[in-house]
Write a protein that binds this ligand. Structure first.
Ligand SMILES: [Fe+2]
Ligand SMILES: [Fe+2]
Length: 296
């Protein structure tokens, strides 16, 4: 077995950590007793976050009649959950630029993760659950989607040669990437990605959803299980739409057992085609909007 853990520990020492402003922002955005004014104050501490928040608040999707220049009004117009999603999207995009990647095309990786975050939020409406998801849950789903494959980045940063070996074998043997990870390095991008998110102090639900995104049924906590099922299904659709990180690698989802848990399982063939086509165009639209609005 390759000495993955030793290298990982050394690597974690020089990995960029979460900026203090973002850490603080995540903390207060989860606290309903904190006012929008206080949130705006923290946002103002970081000029790049403030600039993006203002530009999105003034964009066609959110735009009111009068343009706003005040960050306080921008936070109110967008809502705290969108502020959180924008801040985290900026964080991950900045982080990605700090990694030296040899086996991952960052553009494909980024599009795939954006697609999964969007799809997961949409598909959460179709999972048959006893309790409907709240807006807060949907924000967790979006962020778990955004970070779900971050383990690949860590993996390529730690040891690009092993990454290449796993990738080549996955192509040669026509096996899913994760199966080769288990054989060659005895760990997975899902598990290692979750550990990285823990290191960045991301909320527990996001960390655990990422950990189980390839095997939702292994999660013991029922709410994590439900979230991981959604990410797994979103991953399936992203691959169906050919929005994927590795173009030549076969992808497999826990599909048979998962399918019936979603309401669209009962659609007839025509209904399903319409549903899928709509979803594909909405996903592509979302990716274009995000890239444009955030200047990724
Ligand atoms: Fe994955
Ligand atoms: Fe994925």
């Amino acid at each position: 077995m390759i000495e993955f853990y030793q290298i990982k520990l050394e690597c974690l020492d020089y990995l960029p950590s979460m900026p203090t402003v973002l850490n603080k922002l995540l903390e207060v955005l989860n606290d309903s007793s904190v006012s929008n004014k206080e949130i705006a104050k923290i946002v103002s501490l970081d000029s790049s976050i403030s600039a993006k928040i203002l530009s999105i608040a003034n964009s066609a999707i959110f735009g009111g009649i009068a343009p706003i220049r005040d960050i306080n009004l921008a936070v109110t117009r967008l809502g705290r959950l969108d502020v959180k999603s924008i801040a985290m999207t900026l964080f991950i995009s900045t982080m990605l630029k700090k990694f030296k990647l040899e086996n991952i095309d960052i553009e494909y990786f980024w599009k795939h993760n954006l697609a999964v975050s969007f799809l997961a939020r949409r598909l959460s409406q179709y999972l048959k659950t006893e309790k409907a998801f709240t807006e807060e849950d949907r924000a967790v789903i979006y962020l778990a989607g955004l970070f779900h494959d971050i383990g690949y980045v860590l993996f390529d940063q730690i040891n690009p040669d092993i990454m290449q070996l796993v990738k080549n074998k996955a192509i040669e043997q026509c096996e899913p990437f994760i199966e080769l990870e288990k054989i060659i390095i005895h760990t997975t991008h899902a598990h290692e990605g979750a550990e990285l998110l823990k290191f960045w102090n991301l909320p527990h639900e996001i960390v655990e959803t990422v950990r189980y995104h390839h095997e939702p049924y292994a999660a013991k906590d029922e709410s994590i299980k439900a979230l991981a099922k959604i990410i797994n299904m979103a991953d399936y659709f992203a691959h169906e739409f050919r929005i994927k990180t590795f173009q030549d690698i076969r992808y497999e989802v826990n599909f048979q057992s998962l399918w019936d848990e979603f309401e669209f399982a009962s659609y007839n063939e025509d209904e399903f085609i319409v549903f899928k086509n709509e979803l594909a165009s909405q996903t592509n639209l979302f990716i274009s909007f995000s890239e444009l609005a955030l200047n990724l």
